[in-house]
Design a protein around this ligand. Structure first.
Ligand code: SF4
Ligand code: SF4
Length: 100
């Protein structure tokens, strides 16, 4: 089979960032790449580096990538402004949905 060279360019028209990687913690294991059902990421061509966000506008903010990451702090949500609401119990002050 002939080998083909493939080029992948991040979305430069609407450069959203649905998640933020911490390159100090992320070891490039690509678990987040595998669990994302809409292929927001691709593996970084440099081994050990955080994945490349290729299709940011496809993100549904379901959370699989953040929840399945084996290295806490390596990836976090960057919620769109309209999804940053939270709820607080008036009596206890408990925040029922905090930012992830
Ligand atoms: S799952 Fe976590 S550690 Fe692995 S590549 Fe994704 S962000 Fe990095
Ligand atoms: S939140 Fe869901 S859709 Fe968005 S990047 Fe993570 S796994 Fe993919």
């Amino acid at each position: 089979m002939t080998q083909k060279e493939i080029y992948a360019l991040p979305n430069i028209i609407t450069p959203n960032t649905p998640v933020i990687f911490n390159p100090e913690i992320c070891n490039g294991c690509n678990t987040c790449v595998e669990v994302c059902q809409v292929d927001v990421f691709i593996p970084n061509p440099v081994e050990g580096k955080p994945p490349v966000i290729l299709h940011p506008d496809e993100c549904w903010y379901g959370g699989c990538c953040v929840n399945e990451c084996p290295n806490p702090g390596a990836i976090s949500f960057n919620w769109p402004i309209q999804q940053r609401g939270y709820w607080k119990d008036k009596e206890t002050g408990q925040i029922l949905r905090d930012s992830y």
